[in-house]
Each structure stands twice: as structure tokens, then as C-alpha cells.
Design a binder for this molecule. Structure first.
Ligand code: NAD
Ligand code: 6OD
Length: 503
């Protein structure tokens, strides 16, 4: 049975139209779960694109048990080289079905094809290749210990898999952020049970077909659909058969999951929210700073955890920066995902649109000057039912306003003038979050000096979201615990053992 070709009469809705179903993938088979069927809405149009099958507690249990069986069985018996060969095939398999993955991602998110075809799908595939390469070349430590008998002892480190890893992922970059965890987890020899966001289940489900096609043994990669509390997410995190949990999402959800992980002392990796600043100094290259800030504030309709929602601009260039960012924001093209000119998509759902519009209203109540946007665009009959909002820029808010302090996760930013480097750093750090920061300056000494003082896990100088997958990725303060990427992923997804051999 295939995930995406299933069609059925949607009797509940009184329609005889074929409605695509997105199913759970357990032990190498697509199955209808014991929970309810729920609608998956295309946020570009507001129309239903599929029905999704929620996993019940028993399905989650079966997924964890099949992951355990695969670990003890065929998967655990492969050599690293054999495992990596399969992961290269998974990457090739995604690329071979690029257009299907693209269509599934676009139907779930409404994001422009120009974005999804450059970032989401290629990175979704690359995450398997990169981590397969890394695990093949990872060194371990060794020490010779002198002993009183003169014979000595040799210590050496061995890395083995952690076991069953629960992967819980968000909706903003669905395939990319899921494979960012599944790639290294499998490369390190673990098996996984994945709970994608209820908003964006399709590419994760489709990946099951690729796993089967390339010969990944049943049970290595399992997918359960559903929600958080009282649903598949909670059933998974509280399942005692899970050895480690890796989560990307909101800080509040991370706190709830961390409590579950504490039962049975399971390891946890948390990649959480942010309220990221950009610091724009008067000595910046203005063209680069404008281009970079347009991306960091508005790419993916502002739904990137690394996105900039607070922009601090040195006073002499403040007016010019605001005017140019306004012009750039107003030139963004919202529209149908497959139109070549479209570079701004919708928000992921009506619920999220209501949240973002709530902040647009709050900004005005808190005294903001609306430089541009602040409302809902008129896009014509085909798209007006979608979850669209205008790219929005504010000035004039105080640093203690809610809009300047709370993560909005929409296409918006507030721009504040500053007078000294120290003031900019203090404001940048005055947040409970610590995920990312961009610094725009042509003064190299300043860039290093400021970067060191920023309380965040990821700092870009004269760029944004420029990714080298060998580097550490993660947040400080309430933006997360732990680092993934490069050796850091291998550290999380393996158990490091020391073997001491007395000679
Ligand atoms: P979310 O926390 O609402 O949901 C994320 C996932 O957790 C979903 O699959 C959801 O079903 C599941 N979930 C929710 N409650 C749960 C529970 N109690 N137990 C188990 N699972 C549960 O996040 P979201 O709205 O999907 O994503 C947006 C958020 O993610 C933003 O805050 C953003 O900053 C953050 N994010 C962070 C990073 C990062 O790398 N730091 C990357 C992307 C997104
Ligand atoms: O590029 C990545 O590996 C990554 N984890 C990006 C996260 C983006 C957040 O929305």
C-alpha cells in the first residue's frame, strides 16, 4: 500500500470525491491509526488537500516495538558502510521523486516553489548524505595509562547507537527539519519513530515509500501522525521504550516534553523558539544589510526560527534603512506557490494567522508606527480563503513592549535606532531567548568583538541562514538545550563508552 495514492470516498463529508489520505507508517507498512481522521488544509487556498490518520496509543506502542525489533535485528547487524550506502540511496530516492516531495510540501505549507525547491527538498535529501559521510570519518579518543606493574592499560572510546529515538518536528520547514534529525540518528545506527507536525504530515509520510524502495529494513523509520497533548506526541514522549527524544518547536512545548524525558532519565535535544535581533551598524554595506534583512524577516513568511523580528539600526543610517526595507517589503510578491514571481507565501494555518494578526493589532495598541503592512492582502478569489498576511514593519515601540519581546513567527519586524555599540548589544541580549543574531558591519574588529558578546547560539556576520552542516547548531537561554550539527549531532545520537584494557 502506498501513502499517497490511496483514495477513498469521503462519506463523512457527504462527498464522493476522492480524498487523499496521509497514513501512519509502522514497521514498513502504511496503516490507518486508531485515532480520528483529521483534515489537512492547504493554507494558500484554504481548501482541504487530504485527510490525515491520527495514531492511537496502540499504534505508537507498535511503532516503538517495531523500532526495537529492527534495532536488534537487521539494522543493528549492518556495518557502518552498509548503513551509509542505504542512507545515500535514501537521499537519491528523495531527489528522484523531487517533484512529488515538492508538491506535498507546497500543499501542506503553501510556500512558494522558488523557496521549497531551493531549500526544503534539496536540504531534506542532503541531510542523509552529509551525516552518512560524517559518521564514516568520526575519530574517537584513546589514552595509554601507566600502571604500577609497569604493563599499563589502554583506554579507547567507542561510539554506539543510543537506541530508539523519538523525533518530534514542527511545520515551518517540515522535510528539512525532520531529516536534520532522522539523517544523523540513522547514520549513528539508531532507529526512529517520527511525529511530524499535524499541520505538515505529508513529506514525512512520503519518505516511508523511499525507505521501502531503497531497502531500509521495516521498523527502522516509523511515522505516527497526530497532535501533542493527549495524542501521538504525548504517547510517544511518555513511552518507556523510547531511549532519547529530539524536538524542534516552541519553548513551552519543549518544557512539557522535557518533563516527560525526565521519567526514565532519557536524553533530550531541544531546538526551540527565538526573538532574534539584527544589529545594523552605520559602517555596514547597506545593500547587503537590506537584502539580508529582507530575507531574515520575511523568508518563509517569517516562519523561520532564525528569523529577525528585532532590528537595531545605528541612528545615522536609520531613516535610510527604514525607507529601503519598506520598499523591499512592499516589492515582495505574495501569490500562488507555483507562479514564478511569487516569493511570499501564506502563514501555515488560520490559527497561526489569527495569532499573528493579534500581534499586528497589539503593536498598534502599544504605540507602534506602522511603516508598512499590518493587515491582510487582497489576492483574488482563488487565494483569499488562504492564511495570508501582509509583510509588516513597525518603528516606535519601547523595548519593554510585548511585540518586541514575544516570538511572533510571522512576516514582521520592529526597527529601533541605537547610538552606541554597547547599547545595541545590551538590547540584543535583553531577551529570554538566545537563538540567532545577524551583525551587519564592514569593520572586522567590531564584528568579532560584538559577536563574542551576543548571547545566542548562532551568530552571522554580514549574512543570515548561511549553513555549514559541520558546525554547531542550537540555542542559548530559552532557545534550547544541546547542539546538533556535525560532531555535535553524532554526540547526541550515540552513546560514548570507554573501554579500558589492562595489558
Ligand atoms: P510546536 O511546539 O507547537 O509543535 C512542534 C511539534 O511538537 C509538533 O509536531 C506538535 O504536534 C508537537 N507537540 C506539541 N505539543 C506536544 C506535547 N505536549 N508532547 C509532544 N509533542 C507535542 O511548534 P510549531 O508551532 O510546530 O513550530 C514553531 C515553533 O518552533 C516556533 O517557536 C519556532 O521558533 C520553533 N522552531 C525552532 C527551531 C530551532 O531550530 N530552534 C526550528 C524551527 C522551529
Ligand atoms: O538549517 C538547519 O539545519 C536548521 N536546523 C534550520 C532551522 C530553521 C528553523 O526554522
Amino acid at each position: 500500500m502506498s501513502n499517497t495514492t490511496i483514495a477513498q470516498e469521503n462519506q463523512e463529508m457527504g462527498s464522493s470525491e476522492d480524498i487523499k489520505q496521509v497514513l501512519n507508517f509502522i514497521d514498513g507498512e502504511y496503516v490507518v491509526g486508531g485515532g480520528k481522521m483529521f483534515a489537512n488544509i492547504n493554507p494558500a487556498t484554504g481548501e482541504q488537500s487530504s485527510m490525515v490518520s491520527e495514531a492511537g496509543k496502540e499504534d505508537v506502542d507498535r511503532a516503538v516495538k517495531s523500532a526495537r525489533a529492527a534495532l536488534k535485528g537487521p539494522w543493528g547487524k549492518l556495518t557502518v558502510a552498509e548503513r551509509c550506502e542505504l542512507l545515500y540511496k535514501v537521499a537519491d530516492g528523495i531527489n528522484a521523486r523531487f517533484d512529488e516531495f515538492l508538491a506535498a510540501e507546497i500543499a501542506d505549507t503553501g510556500k512558494p516553489k522558488s523557496l521549497a525547491s531551493h531549500i526544503d527538498i534539496p536540504r531534506g535529501a542532503a541531510n542523509f548524505k552529509v551525516f552518512a559521510d560524517m559518521i564514516k570519518n568520526v575519530p574517537t579518543e584513546s589514552f595509554f595509562l601507566e600502571t604500577p606493574d609497569g604493563e599499563g592499560a589502554v583506554n579507547y572510546g567507542v561510539r554506539t547507537e543510543k537506541g530508539i529515538v523519538a523525533v518530534i518536528s514542527p511545520w515551518n520547514l517540515p522535510l528539512l527539519l525532520m531529516t536534520w534529525k532522522v539523517g544523523p540518528a540513522l547514520a549513528c545506527g539508531n532507529t526512529v519513530v517520527v511525529k511530524p507536525s499535524e499541520e505538515t504530515p505529508s513529506t514525512t509520510a512520503l519518505l516511508g515509500e523511499v525507505m521501502n524502495d531503497v531497502g531500509v529494513p521495516p521498523g527502522v523509520f516509523n511515522v505516527i501522525h497526530g497532535f501533542g497533548p493527549g495524542s501521538a506526541g504525548e504517547f510517544l514522549t511518555e513511552h518507556p521504550g523510547v531511549d532519547a527524544i529530539t524536538f524542534t518547536g516552541e519553548t513551552g512545548t519543549g518544557e512539557a516534553i522535557m518533563q516527560k524525558a525526565s521519567v526514565g532519565m532519557r536524553d533530550i535535544s531541544l531546538e526551540l523558539g527565538g526573538k532574534n535581533p539584527a544589529l545594523v551598524f552605520a559602517d555596514c554595506d547597506m545593500d547587503k544589510a537590506i537584502e539580508g534583512t529582507l530575507r531574515s524577516a520575511f523568508a518563509n513568511c517569517g516562519q523561520v526560527c532564525l528569523g529577525t523580528e528585532r532590528v537595531y539600526v545605528e541612528r545615522p543610517i536609520f531613516d535610510e534603512f527604514v525607507a529601503r526595507l519598506k520598499e523591499g517589503a512592499e516589492n515582495l510578491v505574495a501569490g500562488a506557490p507555483y507562479d514564478a514571481d511569487t516569493n511570499l507565501g501564506p502563514l501555515v494555518s488560520e490559527e497561526h494567522k489569527e495569532k499573528v494578526l493579534g500581534y499586528f493589532k497589539l503593536a498598534v495598541e502599544e504605540g507602534a508606527t506602522v511603516v508598512t503592512g499590518g493587515g491582510v492582502p487582497e489576492l483574488g478569489d482563488a487565494l483569499n480563503g488562504g492564511s495570508w498576511v501582509q509583510p509588516t514593519i513597525w518603528t516606535g515601540l519601547s523595548e519593554d513592549s510585548r511585540v518586541v519581546n514575544e516570538e511572533i513567527f510571522g512576516p514582521c519586524c520592529h526597527i529601533q535606532p541605537f547610538d552606541t555599540e554597547d547599547q545595541a548589544i545590551e538590547w540584543a541580549n535583553d531577551t529570554e531567548y538566545g537563538l540567532a543574531c545577524s551583525i551587519w558591519t564592514e569593520n572586522s574588529s567590531r564584528s568579532h568583538r560584538v559577536a563574542r558578546q551576543i548571547e545566542a547560539g548562532l551568530i552571522w556576520v554580514n549574512s543570515w541562514f548561511l549553513r555549514d552542516l559541520r558546525t554547531a547548531f542550537g540555542g542559548a537561554k530559552q532557545s534550547g538545550i544541546g547542539r546538533e550539527g556535525g560532531i555535535h549531532s553524532l554526540e547526541f545520537y550515540t552513546e560514548l563508552k570507554n573501554v579500558c584494557v589492562k595489558l
